[in-house]
Design a protein around this ligand. Sequence first.
Ligand code: FES
Length: 123
Amino acid sequence: MHFVVTIENTGETFRCGEEDNVLQAMEQLQRRGIPVGCRNGGCGVCKVQVSEGSYTKRKMSRAVISADEEASGCVLACKIYPQSDLRVEVVGKMARAIVAKKSMSFDFGFATATAINQPDEEK
Ligand code: FES
């Protein structure tokens, strides 16, 4: 059975099977909304806050996820398996980079429009 995972930071969605961890499913579909690190629950780079949905989880390093965090739905995307559609927010060390990358793509679009206008100004 497959479920839909929504990344709130970017609005991206992707399908994830109940046998696949969320990070693995995202990578298989060549999406990049959640930062990828060790892929094994040890670095904390893929930390997300689950705001909706249910999941099963595997062992996560206490060095990167406290028991309180885990109980409140702050988990590692590489260690959770959806049991329903999920909504997650990236909250790990790289969360700012995700937001910055999204802003950069907007800036790039603006710069491209400016470059297109330049030849007209020379005439
Ligand atoms: S990628 Fe390192 S903890 Fe998930």
